[in-house]
Design a binder for this molecule. Sequence first.
Ligand code: BTN
Length: 257
Amino acid sequence: MFNLEDFDIKLDTDYIGRRFVYGAEVDSTNAVLMNPEYEFNENGTVLLAEKQLKGRGRLGRIWYSSKDFNLTFSILLNDKSLFSKNLTLLVFGAANVVAASIENLFQLRSEVKWPNDILINGKKVAGILLESASHGKKINRLVVGIGINVNQQTFHGDFPIEATSIKNELNQNVERESLLAEVLNIFEEMLNKYKADPAQILKDWRMRCRMIGERIDINDGVKSRYGIFDDVDENGALLLRTEKGIEKIIFGDVSRR
Ligand code: BTN
């Protein structure tokens, strides 16, 4: 059971997570916060669920997470000053935050994998799913969903990349309350950076991405391409160096060759 007091003592933010909603079971924390008809509309609201019945992953996948073991939560952002910027960079920013939190608390080297994964020892420990809603051309709601495998030890299913948890890599149980507080504390700092100097988010991300310069495969579900991971552009697209030149990739699963 998640201990709200232990979490609250460590939360050191102005607004992220100050409105905190704890749910035993929901369909998807992203889906709840994306729905304007629910009561949660305050900027920075965090919804944590012990169990998601329809956890959403990237590319229409399902996010599986065992009840009570992990962190599955979403952050609602209603701050209009964020919406004019490149939202893809927020995914990179959130991945930096999760990787930094794991390193700060557990001294486990974490790498980011394009576009939204966090890995330890080459295995996936966390993922980010950003969703937004628009009115006309204007974005009016933004939700950053984060799933972190914390204390789960076995993973069943067919994953594009092997799954792990912090416990598996650390060989000891992890206190979820401290980890969530650390993520939210750094997330708020990241948002300030994102508003002031979004390019810095990409610079931080590049420092954490170990695949840049390596030979990779990218599968978009229809076809596979291969080449060298040259860089990411200012919008977060992957630049793949192939025999034909540089190709810009917007989505797909990346793996080392
Ligand atoms: C991915 O790697 O495919 C992204 C996974 C994102 C999962 C989180 S868990 C909390 C939030 N609610 C959801 O339904 N999905 C995100």
